[in-house]
Ligand binder design. Structure first.
Ligand code: HSE
Length: 316
């Protein structure tokens, strides 16, 4: 389904927020948008057909300029191939999200690109159609199709996605009085590498435990039950395998939990670590987590983000 757009628009800039993939208990299916940082993409109509990347600026410069190898370029190529709008699209990408940080940078570029490109089309695409096009871009970066960064960056908030070919997207209510602390140590961890180390098999008891935790976490969010959220926000499958990739992870988590976190785990593929805390405890947790990374030899950036459901949007 499409709706009439502001046709004739020559250029549009969109912002797409960073995101926390997995949110500990929903590997590849649950994600949370983060307002503090994000990527911006400007799309311009061109007479020449096809998709071209004009420039990449900001926090990451050494990304591919060839559209088919760039997450934003590939996502917009997917739109152009399907819609055939009768004009080409040139993209300028302004990266706010560091490379290999576990904050959904490749997804945010793809999402901002499809939202900006959509504003140029005579008929707007639905959010679900934009999600599918952005997924083509994400696959270029991470070598696999996963939606836990794309969906929250596009829709906003805590987002569960069920299905890949025909994704069902659900925004999950979030408890009031809780903030998300994010601490990004200055190191790069490629998603492809963090996926390669995962064992293909999981024990039945871990599946049962993780299933209960995902269900418990979602039920806790729907019923505003902080005790249940705290019991459930615990990854028993992926975190135990990936924690060794992040120097100081155990001490960072310990600092967050000692400060009163409901839960603390790896953001996406890492190395960023996130924790959910009652608002009044967030600063203490942030300081403890930063200090723990420093003790492990890593300086870091940290953000305290409110739980808000703002997804990608056209800003200019
Ligand atoms: N769900 C993905 C992973 C997110 O953990 O590999 C990557 O950012």
């Amino acid at each position: 389904m499409t709706t009439s757009n502001n046709s004739g628009r020559q250029s549009a800039t969109a912002f797409a927020p960073a995101s926390v993939g997995n949110v500990a208990v929903g590997f590849d299916v649950l994600g949370l948008s983060v307002q503090a940082i994000g990527d911006r993409v400007t799309a311009r109509r061109t007479v020449e057909p096809g998709v071209r990347i004009a420039a990449i600026t900001g926090a990451v410069l050494d990304l591919p300029l060839a559209a088919e190898r760039n997450t934003a370029g590939r996502a917009v190529m997917s739109i152009v191939e399907e819609i055939k709008p009768g004009f080409g699209i040139e993209l300028t990408i302004d990266k706010g999200i560091p490379l290999g940080s576990g904050l959904g940078g490749s997804a945010a570029s793809a999402v901002a690109a499809v939202v900006a490109a959509n504003a140029l089309l005579p008929q707007s695409l639905t959010q679900l159609a934009l999600l599918k096009h952005a997924m083509h871009g994400e696959a270029v970066a991470s070598g696999s199709v996963h939606v836990d960064n794309i969906a929250p960056s596009l829709f906003g908030g805590l987002v569960l996605t069920v299905g890949v070919d025909n994704p069902n997207v659900k925004q999950i209510p979030m408890p009031p009085g809780v903030h998300c602390v994010l601490v990004h140590p200055h190191m790069v961890l490629a998603t492809k590498d963090a996926r390669k180390i995962l064992k293909p098999d999981v024990s039945l008891s871990d599946v049962i435990w993780q299933t209960a935790n995902l269900a418990g976490f979602l039920a806790g969010c729907f019923t505003n039950d902080l005790r249940l959220i705290g019991e459930s926000l615990n990854d028993v499958i992926i975190e135990p395998q990936r924690r060794v990739l992040i120097p100081g992870f155990d001490a960072v988590k310990q600092a967050a939990m000692a400060a009163g976190a409901l839960g603390c785990s790896i953001s996406g593929a890492g190395p960023t670590v996130f924790a959910w805390l009652p608002t009044e405890k967030a600063e203490r947790a942030r300081d403890g987590m930063v200090a723990a990374f420093r003790a492990a030899g890593l300086e870091s950036d940290a953000w305290i983000s409110s739980l808000e459901a703002h997804g990608a949007r056209v800003i200019d």
